[in-house]
Design a protein around this ligand. Sequence first.
Ligand SMILES: C[S@@+](CC[C@H](N)C(=O)[O-])C[C@H]1O[C@@H](n2cnc3c(N)ncnc32)[C@H](O)[C@@H]1O
Length: 430
Amino acid sequence: MNHTDNDQEYFKSYDNFQVHELMLRDRSRVTAYYDAIMNNKHLFENKVVLDVGSGTGILSMFAAKAGAKLVYAVDACPTVCHLAEELIKSNRLQEKIHVINKRIEDIEKFDETIDIIISEWMGFYLFHESMLESVIYARNHFLSLPSQNDDITPDQNESIIIFPSHAYLYCAPFVDQNIRIELNTMWKDYFDLNMTPILSHIKNSKLKECVIETIEPSQLVHDAQLIQSIDLRTIQIDDLRLLRSFCEFDIDNTCIISGFCFWFDCYFSSNNNSSILRSTRLTTSPYSTKTHWKQTLVFLPEDIYPLKGDVVPVNIKLKQSIENRRQYQISISLKKIKGGVMNNIGCDDDNSNTEWNIRRRQRRRSSTISSDKRTTTDNKSKDTSSDSTSSNSDDDVDSNEHSIPCSCDRDRCKLIKTIIEKYTEETIVE
Ligand SMILES: C[S@@+](CC[C@H](N)C(=O)[O-])C[C@H]1O[C@@H](n2cnc3c(N)ncnc32)[C@H](O)[C@@H]1O
């Protein structure tokens, strides 16, 4: 499938009214744009605005109401453009808004110079759909920028107005009790049958792909870390091909990690960096009102059991698919600290055909993150502490020989069993 085929399918998906209805019903989304535009009327008054991917024309109408002289509402989908024209007319804004049914990339020039770009381009985990490329294209081709030869002063930089102006992607580890309980208990005693051979198949199908779902804050086992920040005034299309980040989660409380959860925030700022966080924010955080973006969950092949004091270092890679640039492959690899050298024990694999999947390699059980760290500590104090002997003997046993949960006397197994029981109890109480 080439790019054109993909694009045809992509635009066809937006020729469905239900998709636009879903977006219009997302009050957090629409309110953020409304507030950002209406609270900045002074920026829009008498200005020429370009709405990249205008859909029903909702943002164009906000801009017109905020005092824009002219709004170009550009969308590649014919059906939604007709609807936009109808809505714009019924709000008597047709003199101010010109609907253009084209791909933004197919427009050579506009009659008037563009002062402001507005666009709702964000996909799941921010980058899905790759519509950001079209906004960058519009910025580079149509926005009136300070002369290329001049040094851009902070004042001139502020004259570049793109709403939203900044976007941030976050990542946090989460526990999913339902999947874990189902995988670890349900199939072992199913109508008096042992159905465990089905496990490997279910694990593959359920956990291989990203899941778009809302997550309860109580499922997050650590604060989120910022993993990508985008400045819409400066980012370039090539920057979006491969996005790498590394973060470390210091574990305060022994917990279970089933996977990593992603969400984003956008800010609408027209000022310098210091005031970004004071500008209007659109958040898709699990701590805030649910949005149609929900959260993106990437499951690990196995739950991991870090102990209090452990550090879970994570490498995250978002790679735009070569076959379909609208999609990304999210790779997560966990690393452990061993003798001062970072060793990859992650789930980075060679399955490059499947989109949305964790790239995985047969990896050691994640419990080694903590057991190895303990071994290092224990080695130092081996001669003086009797505890270290018992800890070492604990770790001498290959973790893979123990089921999860396991009822043996090993310290680690007892601890894991307690954690699982605690989480199960919490689920029942909820
Ligand atoms: C997420 S929707 C947003 C619609 C509307 N702005 C809103 O806020 O409800 C994105 C819209 O952008 C359009 N679109 C995406 N890429 C485009 C491009 N390169 N040129 C023109 N329209 C595009 C899609 O057809 C779709 O209607």
